[in-house]
Design a protein around this ligand. Structure first.
Ligand code: XIL
Length: 382
């Protein structure tokens, strides 16, 4: 390369990094952004391996996010709108409005729908674990029967409502706590019913939505202690004939950990149980710890993110047959739960930027030849 070309390239690289830093400085929702329709489709690129999905809100059914969904995703999951507090706010009151909007959009655009989640210890309505006088339910045989019947009614109603739409349910979410001697999270579900809530949840879900795949979903499934508890639980449930079809790995990861090798080891471990597996909530924070907070995305962090997404998806492609879907926890960086978790700070965890444009992370997955080595997360050859 002669000098003039080198100079030009340096200027180009600098401009590109400035442009990228600017576009990713303020992850506000860009109502007028229009996705680039010349780039390849993420879901088509991965179609030979598994469907790719995104967590959505009803607002995502119009505007740039809707365009991204139609072009790049083959599946959706409600980020919050099928959770108990939203969908079943009063004991006799169900509200399907928001979730129905998402499902209608999916139907119109031939997207699969995952259901999330029939049971959790968070985002529950206040009546759920209270008696008629508003007092917390104490662990008695009567109260055990009461919460199990509430659970059964909930699943009968919600899973039946989406019987023709939801192909996979996160039946239970985050039930493992590796700090407990038996690995079971001390939620009201557990404290009031022991592990019977698991049997009820899966059996009723199977009965009312017989075609749906039924998942147990959790985070940190690469942690050796946690995954052993989860493994033992799934093994025991299956032995008892409880209809668990799959294990969901949330995969809220960051640019450092867990290692892709640990994830592969986890998937191979659960494959021994003969269960389906999905990545259910993928995103990749640019932070290493809860302490940092940037106001602009560091170019090095975005480059590292792209490289790690590349490595992860290379592994996922190789796990073909063991992983049956991958779902991102969001569409673009202008809307991510990580803006509020573990604290309020900007984050850039997804494949599209706040202007609905593909980031280096996108190219890491779709066509890594278009990543420039070690530059500002920039992309070559467009
Ligand atoms: C999160 C949503 O993204 C937020 O909007 C909400 O405030 C809290 O829940 N694990 C899960 C998801 O299973 O349901 C969570 O979703 C993220 C962590």
């Amino acid at each position: 390369m002669n000098r003039r070309w080198r100079q030009l390239l340096t200027v180009f690289t600098l401009l590109a990094s400035v442009a990228i830093a600017q576009t990713q400085a303020a992850p506000q929702r860009a109502a007028n952004a229009s996705p680039d329709v010349t780039v390849p489709s993420l879901s088509q690129a991965l179609a030979p391996f598994f469907p790719v999905g995104a967590a959505v809100t009803p607002d995502d059914t119009a505007g740039p996010h809707a365009e991204l969904l139609k072009r790049h995703f083959g599946s959706v999951v409600a980020e919050n709108d099928m959770k108990w507090a939203r969908i079943h706010p009063g004991e006799e009151k169900y509200d399907f409005t928001r979730a129905d909007k998402i499902v209608a959009f999916a139907r119109d655009n031939h997207l699969l729908v995952r259901g999330h989640t029939l049971l959790w210890h968070k985002q529950n309505p206040s009546w759920l674990f209270k008696d008629a006088n508003g007092n917390d339910l104490q662990p008695t045989p009567e109260n055990k029967a009461l919460v199990l019947s509430r659970l059964e009614k909930h699943i009968r109603t919600v899973a039946a409502h989406y019987r023709d739409d939801v192909y996979a349910w996160d039946v239970v979410n985050e039930v493992i706590d590796p700090s407990e001697p038996d690995g079971m999270r001390r939620t009201p579900w557990f404290l009031l019913t022991g592990t019977d809530y698991l049997d009820t949840a899966f059996r009723v879900a199977r009965e009312v939505a017989p075609k749906a795949k039924l998942y147990i979903n959790d985070y940190d499934t690469t942690d050796p202690v946690k995954r052993q508890y989860l493994f033992n639980l799934v093994r025991d449930l299956k032995r008892r004939g409880v209809p668990v079809d799959g294990v969901g790995h949330q995969m809220h990861i960051n640019i450092d950990c867990p290692s892709v090798a640990d994830f592969v080891e986890t998937v191979n471990m659960f494959a021994q149980l003969g269960v389906d597996q999905q990545v259910t909530e993928l995103d990749m924070s640019v932070y290493h710890t809860g302490a940092d907070a940037y106001t602009v995305a560091h170019p090095e962090a975005l480059a590292k993110q792209a490289e790690r997404y590349r490595e992860l998806f290379d592994a996922l492609r190789q796990l073909k047959g063991k992983i049956t879907a991958v779902t991102f926890w969001g569409i673009a960086d202008d809307h991510t739960w990580l803006a509020h978790f573990p604290k309020n700070r900007d984050d850039w965890p997804l494949l599209f930027d706040a202007h609905a444009q593909p980031k280096a992370a996108f190219w890491g997955i779709v066509d890594s030849r278009r990543l420039t080595p070690k530059n500002a997360g920039g992309v070559a050859g467009q």
